[in-house]
Design a binder for this molecule. Structure first.
Ligand SMILES: [Zn+2]
Length: 312
């Protein structure tokens, strides 16, 4: 039995309201799971499902950012406090070796478990890294440190990987054509990978991009600018499809864990990140491992403990 960890960038947990696009986002799978929208009113725990707010400020002033937030999630350390401030985009240089050496992947593997990074990376990504047009994300640093194989176009074609944008509409593929998939099929692939891994990790940045109003350029096919709320709803619809696909295909013993690094899309008040808590959504028999968590830096420990317990 396995843990399927889905990381969604820039999703906070806030009350239902007209300022919160999650209130009326088209998310039927989340509604079925939570009995309503992904808002703070749905916070609570049943035997099968948990929704809990997690602090993402890490006790540090200013707006939480992805570099330190994702490092906190994957390494289980208070990256913002160690760095002295929140850092956007990529992990602080001084924390990269810590992240590479000890993260939720390397810990699961060190304990004899099998961990996999479900995202597919195309050749253009590695070329961009080599020429320093992009810098390594927290997830890539962690996976490299753990010695994991990165999935590629061949895995996509075999139905054994998912692109960061879920459907594959925006991933630049150089080596031949890889057809797009429905979001539900992408979710089913994560559940499929869980049959021979103790931990399956998938990450998407659709939500944070939408919250910044940049989904258009990055992930939409049409050229006319979309209002931010439309972008957020489009991103959430796709993520909800993925979640629905996971829920339909995962085994009864599998546990799905979804969380974020910082708030953004739950507030239209400003096109920036927020200091709101982020949702920790867990469904499956692993729920008891997560009922006491209060901060994003505690997620890695809980996932590692659960993955070890489930390993057979
Ligand atoms: Zn952002």
């Amino acid at each position: 039995m396995s843990v399927i960890f889905v990381f969604v960038d820039g999703v906070g947990l806030a009350p239902w309201g007209h300022d919160n696009p999650l209130s009326d986002a088209p998310t039927p799978a989340l509604h079925a799971l939570l009995g309503g929208a992904l808002t703070s009113e749905r916070t609570g725990v049943s035997t099968a499902t948990l929704l809990r707010p997690l602090d993402a400020t890490l006790g540090v002033a200013g707006l939480p950012q992805s570099g330190t937030g994702q490092t906190a999630l994957l390494a289980g350390i208070n990256a913002a406090a160690l760095h002295g401030r929140h850092q956007p985009h990529v992990p602080p240089v001084a924390l990269r070796s810590t992240l590479a050496a000890r993260n939720l992947f390397s810990r699961v593997i060190a304990a004899g478990g099998r961990a996999t990074f479900a995202n597919a990376f195309g050749t253009p990504y590695w070329e961009a890294l080599a020429t320093r047009r992009v810098r390594r994300s927290a997830s890539v640093i962690a996976a490299e440190g753990a010695g994991m194989r990165f999935r590629d176009e061949d895995d996509l074609r075999a139905g054994l990987a998912v692109t960061w944008d879920i459907t594959g509409e925006t991933m630049r593929i150089r080596e031949g054509s890889v057809s797009t998939v429905e979001a539900r099929e992408a979710g089913a692939r994560l559940a499929r990978l869980a049959t021979d891994h103790d931990l399956v990790f998938f990450e998407t940045f659709l939500t944070d991009l939408a919250g910044h109003g940049r989904l258009n350029g990055a992930a939409a096919t049409r050229s006319a600018p979309m209002p931010i709320v439309t972008q957020i709803h489009a991103a959430m619809a796709r993520i909800d499809g993925l979640i629905g696909g996971v829920l339909d295909a995962m085994r009864p013993g599998d546990t799905l864990v979804i969380t974020s690094d910082h708030g953004n899309i739950e507030s239209l008040a400003a096109p920036t990140h927020t200091r709101n808590p982020v949702p920790l959504l867990v469904t499956g028999p692993g729920v008891p491992h997560f009922t006491r968590l209060t901060s994003i830096e505690q997620v890695a420990d809980a996932i590692v403990a659960l993955a070890q317990e489930q390993q057979v």
